[in-house]
Ligand binder design. Structure first.
Ligand SMILES: C[S@@+](CC[C@H](N)C(=O)[O-])C[C@H]1O[C@@H](n2cnc3c(N)ncnc32)[C@H](O)[C@@H]1O
Length: 305
């Protein structure tokens, strides 16, 4: 069974038990427009909740979506290349990491930025480098500099698991289903795609808990307060069209103001604070448990807290 193959900031593995309770009993289409490592998508597949249903998976991170596409189109070539990278890492981790990051990955990406179509060989190389860097960089963090070059330093792992061929094959097979579409697009695009009985899971970069918290390092552009408001308005519009909506965010002042108001409740969207098993580290208190906000139109079968 396929499981997420990337470590991803804000990955939702920890919240799955709460999220499962908010999946509608029946729905006619599924969209996940902030895909990241796809923890919820792979969970729905595992639970057998997506057969016969058109699925749209998207994210603005073109390297990420390109990697899913390469796994769908030529998983064996990606595995061969990734095994090669894993052997290089085992020989001399630091020299190899920075060579792949700066000389291979960033140089190919810079060449591709002109918009020319990539050969299948180049797409495979990029996907393998992306998975290798994700498995070996600091905390799996995808960070780019002002010029768009990936610049996360190497992480400190003794023997990182770089290639899991069986899981990559399972992922490639899942993605080959003709009802699944992958696109590099902004989340707003799902608004026109979703039918009235569709189900959408929005997992945006979280609104910061405080103005100093660096919770928004997902893309070069970040996800502004205005963007959080636009997303809330889209969720309200979809709820009014009878689309099943599920959204997660931080229990931050902004997210509370956006989702805990009486107006929002009247529209059928309910916000609920749920315990996340994740712990975040803070300089003051060390590691602390946190709550997260789940906002949904789906009547829950069991209480969430
Ligand atoms: C919190 S992460 C999603 C994590 C995911 N649920 C998982 O389990 O790994 C947010 C994602 O939103 C993407 N993103 C940021 N801005 C976006 C936008 N405007 N439209 C679509 N995706 C966006 C980021 O690239 C990132 O992958």
């Amino acid at each position: 069974m396929a499981v997420p193959f990337l470590k991803w900031a804000g990955g939702k593995r920890q919240l799955l038990p709460q999220i499962r309770r908010c999946v509608p009993a029946r729905f006619g289409a599924y969209a996940e427009p902030f895909l990241g490592s796809g923890a919820v998508f792979f969970d729905l597949v595992r639970q057998g909740r997506l057969p016969g249903v058109p699925v749209r998976l998207s994210d603005t991170n073109a390297d990420l979506i390109g990697t899913y596409e390469a796994l769908r189109d030529d998983v064996e070539a990606v595995i061969t290349r990734l095994m090669h990278l894993a052997r290089g890492h085992a020989r001399d981790a630091a020299r190899h990491y920075y060579e792949v990051r700066d000389v291979q990955f960033n140089r190919i990406r810079a060449g591709a930025a002109g918009g020319a179509a990539l050969s299948s060989h180049t797409r495979v190389d990029l996907a393998a480098a992306f998975i290798y860097l994700n498995r070996t960089c600091y905390n799996g963090l995808y960070r780019t500099n002002a010029l768009g070059a990936f610049n996360t330093p190497m992480g400190r792992y003794v023997r990182p698991r770089i290639c899991d061929p069986d899981n990559l094959r399972a992922v490639g097979q899942v993605l080959q289903h003709p009802r699944i579409t992958l696109t590099t697009t902004d989340y707003r695009e799902v608004g026109t795609w979703l039918p009235a009985d569709g189900f959408v899971y929005f997992d945006p970069p979280y609104a910061p808990l405080s103005r100093t918290a660096h919770f928004r390092a997902y893309t070069a552009a970040g996800f502004s307060d205005d963007e959080q408001r636009r997303l809330r308005d889209l969720a309200l519009g979809l709820a009014a069209r009878q689309v099943h909506v599920l959204l997660s965010n931080s229990v931050s002042p902004l997210a509370r103001a956006l989702y805990e108001s009486a107006d929002v409740r009247r529209s059928g969207l309910r916000a609920c604070r749920v315990p996340a098993r994740r712990a975040i580290s803070t300089r003051v208190t060390g590691r602390v448990g946190v709550k997260e906000l789940l906002v949904t139109t789906v009547p829950r079968r069991h209480p969430l807290t």
